[in-house]
Write a protein that binds this ligand. Structure first.
Ligand SMILES: CC(C)(COP(=O)(O)OP(=O)(O)OC[C@H]1O[C@@H](n2cnc3c(N)ncnc32)[C@H](O)[C@@H]1OP(=O)(O)O)[C@@H](O)C(=O)NCCC(=O)NCCS
Length: 187
């Protein structure tokens, strides 16, 4: 046989009741430092299942050829900040730099708009310049720096940047809902 390999199929959809085990396998492959951003023990049975059907959050999963490779969550703020959502995003290290993170972030913006949110924030370790650049490329701006806010198990501390977008409905309108096929190299 000749020619290009078949395009990799990427599907982004809402996390469903049957996704618990596959998501735990996924989170198990994510470095501890990335996983702890979730502030929940996502490896504990029942935690992922508890996400399904909650009105205050939307949870997305990215599947590459049917296997979980990324996750995004949009979590509505407490009552006085219920117009604000927090975006949490993680991609399997084996699938990074192929566009999945941006795809999930863009889809999350649409979810946030659908939830009626107007502001969306995301927290990024200050040293993660490429991640900051990715969110700036979507339209987020750095809104704050929390100094020494993150401490690694080894004890070294890092600044945390809060990036925000204040016009979620307009942002969603400006982002076409991306489709999900990509080549094996992410093209
Ligand atoms: C942030 C994260 C989700 C990005 O996922 P990803 O699938 O690699 O992102 P993409 O492939 O869509 O990259 C989009 C752009 O981000 C930038 N980028 C992302 N990672 C990069 C890296 N390691 N080096 C250089 N640029 C990078 C690039 O501009 C890239 O665009 P390009 O490929 O056209 O150059 C992933 O690195 C991750 O899970 N990190 C740990 C968790 C985290 O920090 N989440 C964010 C805060 S909740």
């Amino acid at each position: 046989m000749t020619g290009r390999p078949a395009p990799t199929q990427v599907e982004v959809r809402a996390v469903g009741a049957d996704d618990g085990e596959a998501l735990r396998v996924f989170f198990g492959a994510v470095p501890d430092g990335d996983r702890t951003f979730f502030r929940e023990d996502v490896l504990r049975p029942g935690v992922v299942e508890g996400w399904v059907g909650r009105p205050d959050q939307r949870r997305l999963v990215a599947l590459v050829d049917g296997v979980v490779a990324g996750h995004a969550g949009v979590l509505r703020g407490a009552p006085l900040s219920e117009h604000v959502g927090e975006l949490r995003l993680v991609v399997d290290p084996a699938w990074r730099r192929r566009g999945l993170g941006r795809l999930l972030a863009q889809r999350a913006v649409h979810e946030a708009a659908d939830m009626g949110l107007t502001k969306l924030v995301v927290e990024v370790i200050a040293e993660q310049a490429p991640t900051v650049a990715m969110f700036e490329g979507i339209g987020f701006q750095i809104e704050g720096r929390l100094r020494g806010h993150v401490r690694s198990p080894a004890g070294d501390t890092h600044d945390l940047l809060v990036l925000a977008h204040h016009g979620v409905p307009g942002l969603a309108e400006s982002i076409p809902v991306p489709d999900g096929a990509m080549g094996p190299d992410g093209s």
